[in-house]
Write a protein that binds this ligand. Structure first.
Ligand SMILES: [Zn+2]
Length: 146
């Protein structure tokens, strides 16, 4: 994954390309043709490296934007759930837990709210569709408004 070292590498590649371009400019075409071709090849190589490294940074920024979006979404949702038994629930107007249970594991580790489902073949357990954690149904019941 690209990081500060990649940015330092990009700066190094740009500096190398700049140095080569400066040398070519300052040479007043006094370089031999073979040497000129070699310097131009170095310049193209430095620019190609820079292009690849910038693409890595672009991908990293995109991933970071996605992660920031997920965290902002989780933060807005943060105070809307309350724990009861082994699950989290929506709050009613009185601040009481109500409705279908959400997975405690997913909420506490990833701030993602997934409703629990009945485990196939039994009414004793509920299971999270995302992390597959199982919960005792009696600890994760549907809570109705009184
Ligand atoms: Zn889960």
């Amino acid at each position: 994954m690209p990081d500060i070292a990649t940015i330092s590498s990009i700066i190094g590649s740009v500096k190398a390309a700049t140095d080569i371009a400066r040398l070519l400019k300052d040479s007043n075409l006094s370089l031999e043709k073979a040497e000129l071709k070699l310097k131009l090849a170095d310049l193209v190589g430095a620019l190609a490296d820079t292009k690849l490294q910038i693409a890595e940074i672009q991908e990293l920024l995109s991933k970071k934007d996605q992660r920031i979006f997920e965290l902002e979404e989780a933060f807005q949702f943060k105070d809307t759930l309350i724990r009861s038994g082994d699950a989290y629930y929506d709050l009613n107007d009185s601040g009481k837990a109500v409705g279908q249970p959400y997975c405690m594991h997913c909420w506490e580790t990833k701030h993602k709210a997934f409703h629990l489902h009945n485990e196939v073949g039994t009414t004793l357990n509920k299971v999270c569709p995302s992390c597959k954690t199982k919960y005792q149904a009696k600890q994760t019941q549907l809570l109705r408004v009184d």
